[in-house]
Design a protein around this ligand. Sequence first.
Ligand code: SF4
Length: 348
Amino acid sequence: MTRMSIDEAVELIENGNLKTLGEMALKRKKELHPEGITTFVVDRNINYTNVCWVDCKFCAFYRHEKEDDGYILSFDEIDEKIDELVAIGGTQILFQGGVHPKLEIEWYEDLVEHIHKKYPNVIIHGFSAIEIDYIAKRSHITIEEVLRRLQAKGLSSIPGAGAEILSDRVRDIIAPQKLDTAAWLEVHKTAHKIGMRSTATMMYGTVETTREIVEHWDLIRKLQDETGGFRAFIMWSFQSDNTQLKQEIPQIEKRSSNQYLRLLSVARLFLDNFKNIQSSWVTQGSYIGQLALLYGANDLGSTMMEENVVSAAGAKNAMNQDEMIRLIKDIGELPAKRNTAYEILERF
Ligand code: SF4
């Protein structure tokens, strides 16, 4: 199979026929997933702190240390949340901050160890590249040491969050203090090197060009060629409510469902070495989330027992397991609950 070039992908996104793109993406998805199964995971996002110094302009979630509603969850509060997750058959926690300016590696080690000992069957999928990078700087150790020490305590895999668009031009506008493209890639490469898997993400819909979107895909495709360590690709559109970016650039418009499906289908074709692509129903709503399954996505992501980050920016969609099962069956596919490693746990 000839590999799609950056130019070809840009051309398809900008001028391709949406129906044809969907058909091409669906064909590719069926080659990768011939059994017709669409998966989802029952997990819980736990944001252990909302305190953050990075000040990303697109983020409505963070607070500064001295603000009244800044928090760090206690271990008891975290346990309570995990108890609720376990009670509904959940298997994973997606564990992310804020990048707290003062917390060091020992605090994270204690936290991960505590959770892993108390809930050995709950997978800890946590700490995005910016958190790992900052823990290393704050604790005066390398990224590899952070990852190895947390892995030794029970951290299983890391999420792709914080990739936004892997273009330093874009990052300098929307998140000037966040780690740059090379550093994001380095954290993931290092995680893969020590046997930890991760996901790759993309948040589009701010100031990027179509070419910058495809160049982002090209960077993760190259790293995947090298390491094979990404389990999935997940993309969503910028949610603008309550963000500094919307105040600074009011002409940024909410991206259409048409563009989402267009990008998703070309991503399915371009990312030829990614087996799994998630639908982002949380930002697109449940019906476009369902339609995404006909445009290349093979996974509905999480039932999202708790979501605090994009909901702070206006995306307040909700879906439970029954609804997911209904939507998947509705398009003629077989619903299945999976774990973090995309292994099937239960079919419906
Ligand atoms: S996106 Fe993450 S790193 Fe950026 S300000 Fe929000 S919480 Fe902090």
